[in-house]
Design a protein around this ligand. Structure first.
Ligand code: 13P
Length: 229
């Protein structure tokens, strides 16, 4: 299983350091086949060593240059960061990243040999239209994306389940993952209100290869509990 923590705009440089130290102590007993990812905010990126991978939540598709407020590959290389989240719904919806921008980022970071966790997910109004509308929406988020890229993990995160405390149901996750796996044969994570109380249920679903966790990952006790569940 893959357990990935997306801190979003939470935690500082100091608290991230403390968190990672504690996490490392707690996960010494994790199953060797399980892998752990942490995506702290950009200011907390650093060269961390341990049985986990630190990735960036975002970066601009350039080595460096005049992109005010962004970080590029040069800034990531300082900390040997080679893993990136692309296509998160908050970047699509809040930061206005179109499929064109998202796919350009994907192409660039693929070219740079990054491991990519590529996020897709539908809004509530699409979910309410039923399974075929959901699949149509999700497949459109693969436009311009090389789904055969070897270092690719997909994260399915229904927008209506993110940060709401209301996870998708087992049936919704199972049927969506099964349908997605027909198109993309890559590790597939579920994200959206995954927490200690539902982690076993979620990771037991066929077609779920791991979880991408927001809120419940912010507390190291809670995230390590999920990893060790
Ligand atoms: P929550 O776990 O807070 O619902 O967030 C999920 C998410 O967006 C992870 O990327």
């Amino acid at each position: 299983m893959i357990y990935a923590a997306n801190f979003k705009t939470n935690h500082t440089r100091k608290t991230t350091k403390d968190y990672i130290k504690k996490l490392q102590e707690k996960i010494v007993t994790k199953k060797t086949e399980d892998s752990v990812y942490i995506f702290p905010p950009s200011t907390a990126l650093d060269h961390f060593e341990g049985d986990f991978t630190v990735g960036t939540q975002n970066a601009y598709p350039a080595q460096n240059g005049a992109y005010t407020g962004e970080i590029g590959v040069e800034q990531l290389e300082e900390f040997a960061i080679k893993t990136i989240l692309i296509g998160h719904s908050e970047r699509r919806e809040v930061l206005g990243e179109s499929q064109e921008i998202v796919s350009a980022k994907f192409a660039y970071f693929k070219e740079q040999g990054f491991e990519i966790i590529y996020c897709i997910g539908e809004p509530l109004e699409v979910r309410e239209q039923g399974d075929s509308a959901v699949m149509e929406y999700l497949l459109a988020q693969f436009e311009g994306i090389d789904t055969s890229y070897e270092d690719l993990i997909i994260a399915y995160e229904p927008i209506w389940a993110i940060g709401t405390g209301r996870s998708a149901t087992v049936e919704e996750i199972a049927s969506t993952h099964e349908a997605l796996k027909k198109t993309v044969q890559k590790p597939l994570l579920y994200g959206g209100s995954a927490k200690p109380a539902n982690i076993k249920e979620i990771t037991s679903i066929r077609g779920v290869d791991g979880v991408l966790v927001g809120s419940a990952s912010l507390d190291v006790e809670s995230f390590s509990q999920m990893i060790l569940s």
